[in-house]
Design a binder for this molecule. Structure first.
Ligand code: ZN
Length: 172
């Protein structure tokens, strides 16, 4: 069992190409001939934002939306279209990317392909102003409890993986 106080990733930066406005990720899961390609499509700004240390969500600004009435909280992970009225959503930065632990799981052993070194805490985070509960992982290995305050951290520059693992949380 690793005794480092901070969780490390077992992954390496994922290569990507830019096609139009979208990133196309190349994941060589089964060697060079088994590279899996997939696009982030309209959600590319979210992943690009992480590599710049920004947490971006989307909000519905449609005044005729039956739920948000144009005053939506942020959705995170973002949606390209509003789940309630199916109109395009607007991008907006989470100004204070911090909140508290809403729920957690202590992962002691992972299945094949897990890219986070165990043990670690898989955490659900409630961020004020965000409509959804954000699922991520905690960098710290200290014992935690529900309600503990956390803030977002980002893998940027050469540390960026270009995946959702570029977002993590640390205890405040
Ligand atoms: Zn809507």
């Amino acid at each position: 069992m690793p005794n480092a106080t901070k969780v490390k990733l077992k992954t390496t930066p994922t290569k990507f190409e830019v096609k139009g406005e979208a990133w196309v990720i190349q994941n060589p899961r089964f060697g060079p001939e088994g590279t899996h390609y997939h696009t982030y499509g309209m959600l590319t700004p979210y992943f690009e934002g992480l590599t710049k240390g920004k947490l971006l969500g989307t909000r519905c600004v449609n005044k005729k939306c039956p739920i948000s009435k144009g005053k939506s909280e942020l959705w995170l992970p973002p949606r390209a279209d509003c789940p309630d009225c199916h109109q395009s959503m607007e991008w907006s930065e989470v100004k204070v990317p911090a909140g508290y632990i809403y729920a957690y799981t202590h992962v002691k052993a992972g299945g094949t392909g897990l890219e986070i070194e165990t043990p670690y805490y898989q955490i659900d985070v409630k961020i004020p102003g965000v409509a959804t509960i954000v699922k991520s992982y905690l960098l710290d290995r200290k014992p935690i409890k529900i309600g503990d305050k956390v803030r977002a951290g980002f893998r940027s520059g050469k540390a960026a993986t270009h995946t959702s693992l570029d977002l993590y949380f640390e205890l405040v």
